[in-house]
Design a protein around this ligand. Structure first.
Ligand SMILES: NC(=O)c1ccc[n+]([C@@H]2O[C@H](COP(=O)([O-])OP(=O)(O)OC[C@H]3O[C@@H](n4cnc5c(N)ncnc54)[C@H](OP(=O)(O)O)[C@@H]3O)[C@@H](O)[C@H]2O)c1
Length: 332
């Protein structure tokens, strides 16, 4: 039995379970020369998939209605007619939301389950770890003792950014959506301070108190009013790293926001968006640091693992409700 999850509709506003379609097929998959048969083990659900569900122009083409959703997947090779892969290998790469599928192996990386748990290759040792490292080091250009503020701080990217900030000697303040997450940031991830944006009426003042020396680097995962509040606290030559804007991904109208220009001019500040793949030449350096810090116990990570292939769409929807701590992953 092969199970597949397809895009049924392009969502308007917040996506819903009804935007996904399940397909069950009772057929055999036979591989040809050069191909491998893959069984999905772990599926990554990520906020950026929301962008691919609509047909607006972006840096990656949209998903096609009626076709499978794709994302980062860790899979086991269960049959191979490709010299680069053997039965029993584990691979990671962009694959369909399917329990079983055939691949030519292009773009797949072999992963070592004895070096790290397989799910880690979708998080700390995968795209989210690379995003955290590359965004912070390449755009943030951190210097010891500077102040770093991270939004979406208890999520996959944010929790790694804050910890790298601590390793590099920064004063780190995280912003997250629940008291439990705020507590986790300081007690488990070593942040100096954390703020619950859902229970804080005046984020501008809360940030002023939390960052007595002002904000030198802002790693922005959420956009919207939280990020507006950070602008009021930036220092001269501040760097604002625009990684994502989950708070506006489901908006149906262009959001009203304050004008950033006066803040940037007054502070000779930089605001730069990025896509992790811009820094692909830095990936070997990033992986070296991430795996070393992990092995040395300097870097910690957490995952929210949802069990069952059929729960993949719900796990994706739950990202927008803040139901995850660290990386949201589906165990097939
Ligand atoms: N530029 C790149 O190459 C790149 C690569 C990877 C990810 N990203 C972006 O980085 C950001 C984080 O991604 P991730 O994979 O690490 O996801 P994540 O942070 O693990 O999960 C999403 C989190 O966003 C928060 N959130 C949801 N709705 C929100 C709202 N309205 N306002 C504020 N926070 C909200 C929730 O936490 P709370 O409980 O704290 O609200 C939720 O747990 C996303 O914007 C993503 O698109 C960019």
């Amino acid at each position: 039995m092969i199970q597949t999850i397809l895009l049924k509709n392009r969502p308007k506003g917040k996506p819903a379970l009804s935007d996904f379609q399940f397909l069950k097929e009772d057929k055999e998959l036979n591989i040809q020369e050069g191909e491998i048969l893959l069984e999905a083990n772990y599926i990554s659900v990520d906020p950026y998939l929301r962008g691919r569900m609509s047909d607006a122009k972006s840096y990656v083409p949209p998903f096609e209605v009626g076709k499978p959703i794709t994302s980062g997947v860790v899979a086991k090779v269960i049959a191979s007619k490709n010299a680069n892969f053997k039965e029993g290998d584990f691979v990671s790469g962009m694959l369909d939301w399917k329990t079983l599928q055939i691949s030519k192996g292009e773009g797949l990386l072999k992963v070592d389950k004895d070096r790290a748990p397989l799910s880690a290759y979708l998080g700390i040792l995968g795209m989210t770890g690379l995003t955290a490292y590359c965004g912070l080091t390449q755009i943030g250009k951190p210097k010891a003792k500077e102040t770093l503020v991270v939004s979406g701080a208890a999520g996959a990217v944010g929790s790694v950014v804050g910890q790298i900030g601590k390793i590099l000697g920064l004063y780190v303040v995280g912003i997250a959506g629940t008291d439990e997450k705020v507590e986790m940031l300081t007690s488990e991830f070593g942040f100096d301070h954390a703020i619950n944006y859902n229970t804080t009426e005046d984020m501008g003042t809360a940030l002023k108190t939390a960052c007595p020396d002002g904000v030198d680097i802002y790693f922005d995962n959420v956009g919207g009013p939280i990020s507006d509040a950070v602008l009021f606290n930036i220092n001269k030559y501040a760097r604002m790293i625009i990684c994502g804007a989950i708070s506006v991904y489901n908006n149906t109208e262009i959001p009203k926001s304050i004008s950033v220009q006066p803040f940037l001019v007054k502070n000779s500040a930089l605001m730069q968006g990025f896509i992790v793949s811009n820094y692909s030449e830095k990936f070997p350096e990033a992986m070296k640091h991430l795996s070393t810090w992990l092995a040395e116990g300097k870097l910690n990570y957490t995952e929210t693992v949802v069990n069952g292939f059929e729960n993949t769409p719900q796990a994706f929807l739950d990202l927008f409700e803040g139901k995850n701590k660290g990386k949201m992953i589906v165990k097939v």
